[in-house]
Design a protein around this ligand. Structure first.
Ligand code: OOB
Length: 544
């Protein structure tokens, strides 16, 4: 890997962040080892489906043995390994093994399919791909067969569960060997960006910067060795991973309980049985849980904190959380690129329900600017730019994109439209990036448009968000058929996109055929007018 792959902080900033005590020279490998030495018998990870309860010593030992097995297969420092696991204990065994040898997990989501996985494998030149045999009725070994056929570099597929034609993860482990550990300022992994362009971007995070975000999050959310975190959202996503998430909880010496399904029917009994103290949800789930909590027979009284983020949580819904659960709501406005904002546990209720919080770090720099990058008046609405000790300075191997997504002095253009309240709390007012936020799952409009455009009967396509009472937004595609093409139905487009191997959450919820697209004054396609039209159709026929 060349140093140009991952833009990093200029040395004066790095020195400042170290001097301030944000970057402390820890790595994920050393962190797990220290916890295992300090309290070997404390339970680290609970996987209720597999009936697993690994202590810190056990997780540490397993990570060591798997690391040795990876090394024996010549997977070494800097190598990329696509990890696509559901919420199972092996997720932690695998990522800590990779952290230990300095190989980089590339965090795919269980919902990703052939298009995304092949792209991650090819673009990162991944040498290995780790999957579960099956999950939610889907056989990942079939996906692995396709990914393998399409890439030259992929040497190994490791399977948690029945390996089929591939290698069983349980057979990889070996007697531990010593290896040169990664440095704190080395990359730890590649996280995925929600994206607004044709292909997802990869986010390079270092041990130093990510561990700082864990420590900061733990302080703000009150996470300590007594905390029990229920991991409800897909474990690899930045929110349940680090805000404060599973890794924050492990950093503090607490316990992570993996929730196999996000429904209240599955989660509530686990909360009661394991004495869960905090969890994180996207707004649609928070709504569902709030309704269920008022009628449940399960004892949820152990829950101290409910974190809600990933998409805007409405004030009305936010007001219902406290009474329903008898716990404190924390709004989280974060991004895999770095910056994370939280409402504080002792903020007044009005602040908690009406804002999306304030940054973790005193060194998080926040700018709110107009379309010409001029800073707006205090309290006015504008584009959020940010720079800080855990916000990346560039995407991985994406110099052209970086020139657009970062200012010359290193601020990340979040694409979010916000205002800052006098208290310093941020209120998210909207979004300027061409992205649909489908209940916390991010869909890049251009990516879906490109797939629709590949249909032989399609002349042009535009994808926008339309309002949805449950998800907040869903995916609406406007399509101009090719002149003379045969009859085309919405279902044809949806099926075509799905069959191209795209994650299901990106398949348009609604397809509308039109003759022309609305234009702006200068003749550009007006997505704003399309969004207005989509909102109108959604109101008329919500289930189309
Ligand atoms: C989290 O991370 P990503 O990378 O999936 O998405 C980031 C984007 C933000 O730029 C913003 O557009 C949106 O998701 N977002 C919110 C929000 N939280 C995230 N928009 C409105 N209100 C909120 N509370 O989604 C993520 C990462 C870490 C912690 C929490 C969420």
């Amino acid at each position: 890997m060349s140093p140009d792959d991952a833009p990093t902080w200029p040395s004066d900033f790095a020195e400042r962040y170290r001097a301030a005590g944000w970057w402390r020279g820890e790595t994920f490998g050393s962190m797990l080892r220290e916890r295992a030495e300090a309290h070997p018998d404390r339970i680290a990870v609970v996987d209720p489906v597999a009936d697993i309860r690994w202590s810190y010593a056990e997780l540490d030992r397993r990570a060591d043995r798997l690391a040795a097995g990876f090394l024996a297969r010549n997977i070494t420092k800097g190598d990329r390994v696509v990890v696509q696991l559901p919420n199972v204990a092996e997720f932690f065994e695998v990522v800590f093994a990779l952290f230990r040898i300095g190989a980089l997990p590339v965090f795919a989501l269980p919902a990703h399919r052939e298009t995304e996985i092949s792209y991650f494998c090819e673009f990162t030149e991944a040498v290995a791909y780790v999957i579960a045999a099956e999950h939610d009725g889907y056989d990942y070994r079939e996906l692995a067969a396709k990914a393998r056929a399409g890439t030259d570099t992929l040497r190994h597929v490791f399977v948690a569960g029945d390996p089929g034609a591939f290698e069983a993860l349980v057979d990889v482990a070996r007697a531990p060997v010593s290896c040169v550990p990664p440095r704190p300022d080395d990359l730890a992994f590649l996280q995925l960006s929600g994206g607004s362009t044709g292909v997802p971007k990869l986010i390079p995070r270092t041990h130093d910067d990510y561990i700082y975000s864990l420590r900061g999050s733990n302080d703000i959310c009150g996470v300590d060795e007594h905390s029990v975190y229920l991991c409800v959202l897909p474990a690899a996503h930045n929110f349940p991973l680090s805000s404060p998430g599973s890794l924050g909880t492990l950093y503090a010496g607490g316990r992570v309980v993996l929730c196999p399904q996000p429904s209240p029917e599955v989660a509530f009994p686990l909360i009661e049985r394991e004495g869960v103290t905090l969890t994180g949800l996207v707004p649609p789930l928070a709504l569902l849980w709030t309704q269920a909590a008022t009628a449940t027979g399960h004892d949820l009284s152990s829950l101290d904190v409910l974190l809600v983020g990933g998409a805007k949580f409405s004030e009305e819904a936010a007001r219902r959380v406290g009474p329903a659960f008898g716990c404190t709501l924390q709004q989280v406005f974060g991004m895999a690129e770095g910056l994370v904002n939280y409402t504080r546990l002792d903020d007044p209720d009005e602040v908690i329900v009406t804002t999306q919080g304030r940054p973790i770090s005193p060194d998080d720099e926040i700018l709110v600017v107009d379309d010409e990058d001029r800073v707006v008046a205090p309290g006015a609405t504008g584009h959020l730019l940010t720079r800080g000790p855990y916000t990346i300075r560039g995407y991985w191997r994406a110099p052209e994109h970086n020139a657009r997504s970062f200012t010359e002095d290193g601020f990340y253009r979040t694409g979010d439209v916000v205002r800052v309240a006098p208290s310093g709390h941020i209120v998210v007012e909207g979004r300027a990036k061409d992205q649909i936020n489908r209940g916390g799952e991010k869909v890049a409009a251009e990516e879906v448009e490109n797939h629709i455009l590949a249909h032989p009967s399609v002349h042009d396509a535009n994808v926008v968000a339309e309002p949805d009472p449950y998800l907040g937004e869903r995916v609406c595609a406007y399509v101009i058929p090719r002149p003379g093409a045969g009859p085309l139905k919405p279902v044809d487009i949806k099926r075509f996109v799905r069959e191209r191997g795209l994650a299901a959450y990106k398949v348009p919820d609604r397809v509308e055929f039109v003759d022309v697209f609305p234009q702006t004054g200068v003749g550009k396609i007006s997505k704003k007018d399309l969004r207005t039209a989509a909102a109108r159709s959604a109101a008329v026929s919500p289930n189309a």
